[in-house]
Write a protein that binds this ligand. Structure first.
Ligand code: HEC
Length: 180
């Protein structure tokens, strides 16, 4: 045996040591997030989570009947990172994002402003700026998404049937929320 080489052979450098890596890697987030949601939301949310598939715990209620809606993507429709995050956490990552808000403004002008006014203060459709709403669910991004996706009464049609993607709906919401 040569000097400096122990019975166990050369020692691995610190940065290749598997134990060191497992310490620096972030813990898996899914179960932790579920646990936090359970703690924060109490029994009702806990039951909703328990009864649904992993990653599908956010419920989108139809404004007309309160029933949960399926929000399956259309063939070829992109599931962006923001949309995936929104559907698993309810957080719209585009809120406060300047680039997304600019895109949301253009989409709003194309699809919404004719009825809700350029500044969303309301025209033949109600104001989208709150703080009070026709449907209390509109106060949250999940609820506003559900109204847009599934429609409401009269002229407020379901945009799930129009040429606007779910990701674009999140950008429209980001724009509307920026108007406060
Ligand atoms: C053709 C007219 C029309 C268009 C276009 C339209 N809306 Fe509406 N919207 C309405 C009407 C009318 C209502 C009220 C429906 C009701 O009372 O059930 C409404 C209601 C809503 C509500 C519920 C507001 C509340 O106070 O709870 C939201 C949110 C909403 N619209 C978002 C949008 C968005 C976003 C777009 C564009 C993607 C859009 N709407 C396009 C007419 C329209």
């Amino acid at each position: 045996m040569r000097p400096g080489q122990g019975a166990a052979g050369p020692r691995p450098a610190a940065d290749t040591c598997p134990r060191a890596q497992s310490v620096t890697n972030p813990a898996p987030r899914g179960p932790v997030r579920h646990w936090l949601a359970l703690r924060a939301g109490g029994v009702a949310l806990g039951a909703a989570i328990a009864g649904s598939a992993p990653g599908a715990e956010i419920v989108f209620p139809n404004a007309l009947n309160g029933k949960p809606m399926e929000t399956a993507l259309r063939p070829g429709e992109p599931e962006t990172a923001a949309l995936k995050e929104f559907k698993s956490t309810g957080v719209n990552g585009y809120v406060g994002d300047a680039a997304a808000i600019t895109q949301g403004k253009a989409l709003y002008e194309q699809w919404c402003q004719v009825c809700h006014n350029a500044d969303a203060s309301g025209k033949m459709g109600p104001s989208l700026r709150g703080p009070t709403f026709v449907y209390p669910q509109t106060a949250t991004d999940v609820g506003m998404f559900a109204v847009m996706y599934g429609g409401a009464f009269g002229a407020m049609q379901a945009f799930s049937r129009r040429e606007i993607t779910q990701d674009e709906m999140l950008k429209v919401i980001a724009y509307v929320r920026s108007l406060k």
